[in-house]
Design a protein around this ligand. Structure first.
Ligand code: NBP
Length: 479
């Protein structure tokens, strides 16, 4: 067999198959391979007419089908399967070849794999791919890490298959070395968790306090989707809320068990943020809210606990309340993105990745699950000031959040008074107030730490490190 394929995809479950079709539909010859060969045959039988596929059954055949330097995309289940596939293919590759891992790998694994393969002269390109199966087929947002050299060889192909933002720019950029791409994908997913939680809280408030039914709430989300909240997640929220269960005739949302599942990227985001010391409280609350929902036994045991039962507002006040919820949702969303971008900046500094935050916002504008008009605004904020310390420091976001805050506070207050849980809205507001506070109780924390553990403290009026002799005459010593 001649080496005719410009790119190869191994792992032909839903994501790999659609990515392979996307490459083929864009004019590339694609070698395809899967551990279980039946999947490879099925792809070519069903979709062979869409472009040029080279079906291969063995690893040797697959590698031999690829032009050099080889570009080999791995779309298998993240974790051990990825290591197994690398162990199988790496010995067949030559220096200069590229392995692109498009799975949801943990960035620390990507760093390890990149290091090991670099020693053998092979480029390992840990790549975030977002947009689910539909995105993989019609244009995902793509977040490749790895060497600049590998991006030269891969970038043009990725730009062809990526989603396009409204201004036509492809939603792909070279994010940075080794684990940078998978890190950014992880934070993308963390922000996705936060967005979904905030939308869920808005839904619950409209249901319990505005007194709207799901169909009416769907209309509210549709209206919001024509404004500054215009986004894929708001759009699909309206679709899900207006869906009626065929079996019962009830709103679909009322026949689904209220226990949210998770695959782990949200949890990784929070774990990593803890290690980096970055307060991603919005994402953390979203992950915890999913965990809380899943504890069915605990919830059943707690159901009778005392507390208010939300009373719907009189109908004439419901609409104004819905408008206030929109303000609270928008302000909280600004905070989650602020936190997510802080985490990316912190990791970039820690690992020396040199990530361009503006470029990340740019490639999230299309293809991915969190795509939104809002990301144009973030892109503009970073373009105006590439060194922006925090999104909240952007004048336009600061103005908007300033305008939203009275409503935001009143929505959180009312939710608390009525017993509707809003951990995302409340955590975002607490972050905002924490950041703008002149003084925090951290001074007292330092005093307590010094009292029980002689951990020392710094003073506001002098340089140096101090300790008070709490058990003695309470004089202060330096050092
Ligand atoms: P899965 O995550 O379900 O993985 C199935 C694929 O992995 C099959 O091709 C399977 O081969 C292969 N595989 C396994 Br499992 N163990 C293997 C091994 N030891 N050696 C070789 N191949 C092995 O597929 P997916 O849902 O298409 O996702 C692929 C990747 O993309 C994952 O990392 C996922 O996290 C990521 N991702 C998914 C989405 C999404 O929306 N689904 C979005 C973004 C990213 P077989 O056919 O022989 O069993």
């Amino acid at each position: 067999m001649g080496s005719t394929a410009q790119i190869g995809v191994t792992g032909l479950a839903v994501m790999g198959r659609n990515l392979a079709r996307n490459f083929a539909r864009n004019g590339y010859t694609v070698a395809v391979h899967n551990r279980t060969a039946a999947r490879t045959r099925a792809l070519v039988e069903e979709f062979g007419g869409e472009g040029d596929f080279v079906a291969t059954e063995t690893a040797e055949e697959f590698v031999a089908a690829l032009e050099r330097p080889r570009r080999l995309v791995v779309m298998v289940k993240a974790g051990e399967p990825t290591d197994a596939v690398i162990a199988e293919f790496a010995p067949l590759l030559e220096p200069g070849d590229m392995i692109v891992d498009g799975g949801n790998a943990h960035f620390a694994d990507t760093r390890r794999r990149e290091r090991e393969l670099r020693e053998r002269g092979i480029h390992f390109v840990g790549t975030g791919v977002s947009g689910g199966e539909e995105g993989a087929l019609n244009g995902p947002s793509i977040m490749p890490g790895g060497s600049a050299e590998s991006y030269e060889a891969l970038g043009p192909m990725l730009e062809r298959i990526a989603a396009r933002a409204d201004d036509g720019a492809p939603c792909v950029t070279h994010v940075g070395p080794d684990g940078a791409g998978h890190f950014v994908k992880m934070v993308h997913n963390g922000i996705e968790y936060a967005d979904m939680q905030l939308i869920g809280e808005a839904y619950q408030l409209l249901r319990d306090i505005a007194g709207y039914d799901p169909a009416r709430i769907a209309d509210v989300f549709r209206r919001w989707n024509t404004g500054r909240l215009d986004s894929y997640l708001i759009e699909i929220t309206a679709e899900v809320l207006s869906h009626v269960d065929a079996a019962t005739g009830k709103p679909f949302v009322d026949v689904v068990q209220d226990r949210a599942e998770q695959k782990g990227t949200g949890r990784w985001t929070v774990q990593t943020a803890l290690d980096l010391g970055v307060p991603v409280s919005g994402i953390a609350e979203a992950v915890f809210a999913r965990s809380l929902s899943g504890h069915a036994d605990l919830r059943a045991a707690s159901r009778g606990l005392p507390g208010p039962t939300a009373r719907p507002l009189p109908p004439e006040r419901a609409e104004a309340f819905a408008d206030r919820v929109e303000q609270a949702l928008y302000a909280s969303k600004i905070v989650s993105y602020t936190q997510g971008f802080h985490q990316i900046a912190a990791a970039s500094a820690e690992y020396g990745w040199g990530i361009d935050a503006g470029a990340v916002a740019r490639i999230w504008r299309g293809g991915c699950i969190i795509r939104a008009a809002f990301l144009d605004r973030i892109t503009a904020a970073y373009e105006a000031d590439p060194g922006l310390v925090s999104l909240l420091s952007d004048a336009e976001f600061a103005r908007e959040i300033g305008r939203a805050q009275d409503d935001w506070r009143s929505v959180v207050s009312l939710a608390v008074a009525e017993g509707v849980p809003v951990p995302g809205f409340a955590a975002a507001l607490a972050y905002y107030d924490g950041m703008r506070a002149d003084r925090l109780p951290a001074a007292l924390t330092q005093g307590q730490r010094d009292y029980f553990g002689a951990h020392t403290y710094r003073r506001t009026d002098r340089e140096g490190v101090f300790h008070t002799l709490w058990g003695g005459d309470r004089s202060e010593i330096e050092g």
